[in-house]
Design a protein around this ligand. Sequence first.
Ligand SMILES: [Zn+2]
Length: 337
Amino acid sequence: MIVNCRGIRTNKQRSGILPIIALLMLSITAGCSQSNPNQGTSSEQPPQAQEAASTPSVQSTKTKVVTTFLPIYLFTKAVAGNVADVEILVPPGTEVHEYQATPQNVKAIATANVLVKNGLGLEEFLENTVKNAQNPKLAEIDASKGIKPLNEISPVVKTAQEEEDHEHTQGNPHVWLDPVLAKQQVTNIRDGLIAADPANKATYEANAATYIKELESLNNEFQQTLQKTPSCTFITFHDAFPYLAQRYNLKQVAVVQIPEDQLSPTDVQNAVNAVKKYKVKALFSEPGVDNKLLSSLSKDLKLTLRPLDSLETGETDPQHYFKAMKANLQTLQTACK
Ligand SMILES: [Zn+2]
């Protein structure tokens, strides 16, 4: 199902040029590693050598893994390390919720061994793209396998009838923002990669274990910090933090489900109403969003407007997850005081 939400935010550029450069460098690196190691000699190779080159013990081409969007790329890259080539379909800086697939995306899936998605209905563009790619050998990893999706665990203030279209039919997909569920996603990715590429099992296991350890200590840090501010209520303009809120005993009130370019007067009124209805401590926008309406709203409401990162866009280093989440923790701590 393709929902085009008021025709906005499709392919929206949000976080500037740096991630694009990082992505470019990434694809250059990936391109280099795919070059044929037998180049220039294959025609002169004796039959024995050619036979050796085709056996699995000699590494000729790496497993090609395509991931959908940033958090899933970060987790997959962390597990794969250098033994598989990992690509991303939705470039950082581009909105995932209403993403429209490109012909390059179809090509990437057509030539991939493995596809990793967040699941829970987030990647609405994927079904048709995979169909068009016609790759019968493609192994699909659903990173949210076994995660029980939650709906309505935090209040979502609906603006109008049209908002009904945005409801996630498979529950809220933003599970990666809870370090404990992120651990589950990394585990699913690890198991899927091992199934698709058993030769590198030991590497996948070791890399996943390292990353999971970091997620565990991140969870401890969140727990210890946020237990000092129980039931802290915050307003977001993106229904991205219900799992995080539930995990750490906070309360999210989402005024809109998907971030919008321009808040409507109804959104603003809903934010004002929510502040009256709940004991709201904080008002969160997203990094890189400079919304005049939001800043004036925050002044009116006497609540400081701070950025909370949903990690749907950002840097492509797997460590970026921890950097951004620690910044989020700092923001929550300051706002909830
Ligand atoms: Zn989102």
